[in-house]
Design a protein around this ligand. Structure first.
Ligand SMILES: *Cc1c(COP(=O)(O)O)cnc(C)c1O
Length: 285
């Protein structure tokens, strides 16, 4: 179940700031895994779906905002592997292309107030049966982390790995594998004021060596954008053919450029960016 269709390629990414800093930057194209179960969402769902199947559950229940990449991925993966899916959506009823996609894949949507949304366990219990399976917001959790630990490097002599952070599950998995190989893991947090995530990540990885979370690159907060960010997205797409999304991966790229300009990476460093996908989000522009 959710075996990788192919090992996504790694390709070089050129930018004047990287050349100036004397570093090499590469991108692991996890975004190419699937159009909707893209990047880290494939990795995060692999063992979760496996667990649900083993427990002979028939319905997966999860949570998210109206533009959740996680819910789109879950709806699609659920349909592929014979699960019913159901989601609690935060806020009043809206229609958009992400939710339409979820519905096309058969996901049942239930809109709940922001107040109700805070109590996920209670919402889950309100419709739970012996056949239902709970999947936390953003798919976060230990099984999801296990899937992310499997992100492979197809190039050698990497010195740093960079990845965007939402819940931190993907970064924890990546950092666990990287630090065991002596590679520095750099997390770029896309949420504002989320410093408490460091402690959660430390618990998940089991140590605080050789990884660092950067909290100054959120560009104003979750899903907030700036003209500079859009400019970087367009310039990079036009000059390399690689799209980065405005919520996660473009912030990771912008952070890497800024860190390079600030001399954060020693000359000769080989930096691997993990493209975690999320390109569906670009359609909201
Ligand atoms: C969901 C998502 C993330 C965040 O992953 P976490 O494990 O929640 O930190 C990063 N990038 C993209 C493109 C995503 O869709």
């Amino acid at each position: 179940m959710l075996e990788l269709p192919f090992e996504p390629p790694t390709q070089p990414l050129h930018h004047a700031a990287f050349a100036q800093a004397g570093i090499q930057v590469l991108v692991k194209r996890e975004d190419l895994i699937h159009p909707f179960i893209s990047g880290n969402k494939w990795r995060k769902l692999k063992y979760v779906l496996h667990d649900a199947k083993q427990q002979q559950k028939s319905t997966l229940i999860s949570f998210g905002g109206a533009y959740s990449n996680h819910l789109a991925a879950l709806a699609c993966a659920g349909a592929m592997y014979g699960f019913k899916t159901c989601a609690f959506i935060r806020g009043e009823e809206v229609h958009n292309y992400v939710l339409q996609l979820c519905k096309s894949y058969g996901m049942q949507l239930q809109f709940v107030s922001r107040e109700q949304y805070l109590h996920k366990e209670k919402l889950y219990q309100s419709i739970a049966t012996p056949n239902t399976y709970f999947i936390d917001e953003g798919g976060k959790g230990i099984l999801a982390q296990k899937g992310c630990e499997e992100i492979r490097y197809t190039v050698s002599e990497i010195t740093h790995i960079v990845c965007a952070i939402g819940t931190g599950t993907t970064f924890a998995g990546i950092a666990k594998t990287a630090t065991a190989k002596g590679i520095m893991a750099e997390g770029i947090c896309v949420l504002k004021g989320a410093e408490s995530i460091n402690e959660e990540i430390k618990q998940s990885i089991g140590h605080s060596n050789n990884w660092h979370v950067h909290h100054q690159f959120h560009e104003g907060g979750y899903a907030k954008t700036t003209p500079e960010l859009w400019q970087l997205i367009d310039e990079t797409a036009a000059s390399t053919g690689i799209l980065f999304d405005q919520v996660y991966t473009a912030k990771m790229l912008k952070a890497t450029i800024t860190l390079a300009q600030q001399g954060y990476f020693a000359q000769g460093s080989k930096v691997l960016l993990i493209h975690t996908g999320g390109l569906l989000g670009l359609l909201s522009r």
